[in-house]
Design a protein. Structure first.
Lengths: 114, 111
């Protein structure tokens, strides 16, 4: 158990809908990262927050947004969903955003868009 | 194009054999991690290397960071069925907060 929690475990929805994925980092970790993993793309970095502030952006679509709250939990919002958004979404946390950047991953949310 | 190239993509060996997975790049990394992932679960951190030439051992697993910090290898001695999984390398470039992942090596150890 990494100490990172994600809810829900599974999510099934229809195209055009909007969903929210939630992540709670390990106790004491200030950084939260979101990743998307699909069969053909591998693990792709989406976005990072550090202590409530956006720190880095990766291949995140404009239809997707995220935020980190004062209690350090984070939410990833996916809107106008398309079939191609079906994937595993992982949250990871780390103590800092520094050089060694050791990240600890949650169990993931499997999103299926029908 | 992947920043980190892993090879081989798939590896199937008999229990007791040794194996090596490679992770290569043309870029210099400030740190590099190895993760193992089971189907449907999140990647689990195995090791972090930060110094060129560094070697770390974790039971039967040996990790090496290249002298120039552009490549790494994972060697498993006397593999067991419990070593089966997807092995991912991931690196941070200097002044970059994100991790870039390789495509992974799927290792299957047959009993």
């Amino acid at each position: 158990d990494s100490g990172v929690t994600q809810t829900p475990k599974h999510l099934i929805t229809a195209t055009g809908q909007r969903v929210t994925l939630r992540c709670s980092p390990r106790s004491g970790d200030l950084s939260v990262y979101w990743y998307q993993q699909s069969l053909d793309q591998g693990l792709q970095f989406l976005i990072q927050y550090y202590n409530g502030e956006e720190r880095a952006k990766g291949n995140i679509l404009e239809r997707f947004s995220a935020q980190q709250f004062p209690d350090l939990h984070s939410e990833l919002n996916l809107s106008s969903l398309e079939l191609g958004d079906s994937a595993l979404y992982f949250c990871a946390s780390s103590a800092t955003s520094g050089r060694s950047n050791e990240q600890f991953f949650g169990p993931g949310t499997r999103l299926t868009v029908l | 194009t992947q920043l980190l190239e892993q090879s081989p993509q798939f590896l199937s060996i008999q229990e007791g054999e040794n194996l090596t997975v490679y992770c290569n790049s043309s870029s210099v990394f400030s740190s590099l991690q190895w993760y193992r992932q089971e189907p449907g679960e999140g990647p689990v951190l195995l090791v972090t290397v930060v110094t060129g030439g560094e070697v770390k051992k974790l039971k039967r697993l040996t990790f090496q960071f290249g002298d120039a910090r552009k490549d790494s290898s994972l060697h498993i001695t006397a593999a067991q069925p419990g070593d089966t999984g997807l092995y991912l390398c991931a690196g941070s470039l200097s002044n970059d907060y994100k991790l870039s992942f390789g495509a992974g090596t799927t290792v299957t150890v047959r009993a």
